[in-house]
Design a protein around this ligand. Structure first.
Ligand code: 5AD
Ligand code: FES
Length: 348
């Protein structure tokens, strides 16, 4: 038996591997190993979730951002970005429309926009929760203080997505300007968990300066933190960023890592991301077949979708919400999976 498969057996028995062992799994990528791991990951996923795929309605509430992350198309330094923010009414309208389409989770995602103070967000969360009490509200709004996270949780937010981006401090420093700190990012994740959120972390595959060692650290972090959700997608360069000419990540390695993450923490909620669908026309199908169990159709008003451009050529920017949902529904059916109307909580 080859080394990767021996290591995966060890992982399945003990639930843990060393950093060196994770690194050997990453380095051991071959199409054949990827295939075997995808099958293992899918069968593990089935035990928890069957062939059901959860949907999250993504509402991109603002592309203003005070941060200047080197990879991101809505970084404050990008003077070409056409900035927008949705009003409270627009956000509730998106949620109402999503509810009618069968969504039971709404993800409010945006840059770190000072307009969205705790008071403003509390109103919006209460709005959605009072209109749709059977829905989960997920926030993805970057780094905030413990007190802020607590207020939003007390207002009814259920989940929070904050990708750790890389679990290697030095690598983190190469992806971010000096005013952003790895330690604060990690503190935010711990705060969110302590407050009681279901927490999502995640990282890009193929980001500049990433190595099999930094990826091993990401996997080790997932093993120890046991996030409820984990968002991973390929890095895709954006033309107006310092990383415009860097290489993008591959669908193959992204899918391989999705399988490994499913095997590290079997109940994890794992989205097959828009970025994966952007670099490969069948990327999201391949992600699901590698062990992912979540998709996130876009519910943002069509007029702003192109503006929420984290990377070049992002898909799903021209379609109405209903079209986007139908499109994904068909795509899932084509691989024998079905989208369900459900909050889609983690099944631990
Ligand atoms: N390519 C792929 N993903 C990106 N993100 C930001 N910029 C890019 C890019 N150029 C991801 C980051 C962030 C999430 C919202 O989108 O991981 O946390
Ligand atoms: Fe959005 Fe296909 S999934 S248009």
């Amino acid at each position: 038996m080859n080394e990767v498969l021996t290591l995966i057996d060890k992982l399945e028995e003990s639930g843990a591997l060393s950093l060196d062992e994770y690194e050997r799994i990453v380095d051991g990528y071959t199409a054949e190993n990827a295939d075997i791991l995808a099958k293992k990951a899918t069968s593990v996923k089935r035990k928890y979730y069957g062939d059901e795929v959860y949907v999250r309605g993504l509402i991109e509430i603002s592309n203003y951002c005070k941060n200047d992350c080197l990879y991101c198309g809505i970084r404050r330094g990008n003077k070409n970005a056409d900035r927008y923010r949705l009003t409270r009414e627009q956000i509730t309208e998106c949620a109402d429309e999503g509810y009618d389409l069968g969504f039971r989770t709404f993800v409010l995602q945006g840059g770190e926009d000072g307009y969205f103070t705790d008071d403003v967000l509390v109103e919006i969360i209460r709005d959605i929760k009072s209109r749709h009490g059977d829905c989960a509200v997920t926030l993805s709004l970057g780094e905030r203080s413990y007190e802020s996270y607590k207020k939003l949780f007390d207002a009814g937010a259920d989940r929070y997505l904050l990708r750790h981006e890389t679990a290697d401090k030095e690598h983190y420093g190469k992806l971010h300007p000096p005013e952003l700190s790895f330690d604060n990012r990690m503190k935010c994740l711990r705060d969110l968990r302590e407050i009681g959120y279901q927490v999502g972390c995640g990282f890009m595959v193929g980001s500049p300066y990433q190595t099999s060692r930094t990826l091993a650290k990401d996997l080790k972090f997932i093993e120890t933190f046991k996030p409820d959700m984990c968002g991973i997608g390929p890095f895709v360069p954006h033309r107006d960023t310092p990383f415009a000419h860097e290489k993008r990540g591959t669908a193959e390695l992204t899918c391989y890592l999705l399988s490994v993450i499913r095997l590290i923490y079997p109940p994890v909620l794992l989205p097959s991301t828009t970025a994966l669908g952007t670099i490969d026309p069948l990327g999201r199908e391949k992600g699901i077949l590698s062990g992912a169990n979540v998709v996130m159709p876009n519910l943002s008003p069509v007029g702003v979708r192109k503006k929420y451009e984290l990377y070049d050529n992002k898909i799903c920017t021209g379609e109405e919400s209903a079209q986007c949902k139908n499109c994904l529904e068909q795509r899932m059916l084509s691989i024998g999976c079905k989208i369900v109307v459900d909050r889609g909580d983690i099944k631990k």
